[in-house]
Design a protein around this ligand. Sequence first.
Ligand code: CA
Ligand code: CA
Length: 225
Amino acid sequence: MFDGTNDSVELANDVAVGNTWTYSGWVKPSTFSSSGLFGYLAAENNDGGAGGTATRHGLGLVQSATNHGGSGMVYYYSQTGTGSTQLSSTALTANVWNHVVVTADVSNNQLKIYLNGSLDNTLTKSNIQTVFDSLGRYSTSWYFEGGMDEVGFWDTILSATEITAIYNSGTPADLASDAGNYSSSSNLIGWWRMEEGTGTTVADSSSNSNTGTLTNGPTFSTDVP
Ligand SMILES: [Ca+2]
Ligand SMILES: [Ca+2]
């Protein structure tokens, strides 16, 4: 659980997603009530946490504001170019687990977002970036409030049928093994299952061993999707 104040997971190394990438995560936002809260699901902060010189960017979630379509909407922010743009057309639901997948085709300036296994929206956006280094925050001002589980990154664009497969009717799938319509396990470059239950790190269950460090007190919960 992330408190929305200063909790994050800092990754040991930048996740180099490259010019085609997919993010997947299960998120359970707390009630959209904290005034002016913009949470971040994943971001590149370029603040020394994991090194690198990439431009800052992130997948944001409006948790209490009218910006970008209002509370529950996912947006994409890039420090370079036009800043924040609403990405989802449908709001996430507070206090339930939502499956969020974002695919990026950087060369063609295209983002797609899938909610609970189905395509929700396609967005044309320039200056899409290609690395990530933290979960749950952007910079030192914007923090996600709620639950997060089973975060994965791929260095390829998952197809719509693959995304339906990993949604798996609402039960997180094994991202490291191909099954059914899912055939991109070899492109999995980060997968934080958050199964530890105790301690201050979360293991990367992909082959990259990119351990995440719980920073400023995120807690484990038995409430999982
Ligand atoms: Ca970085
Ligand atoms: Ca988990």
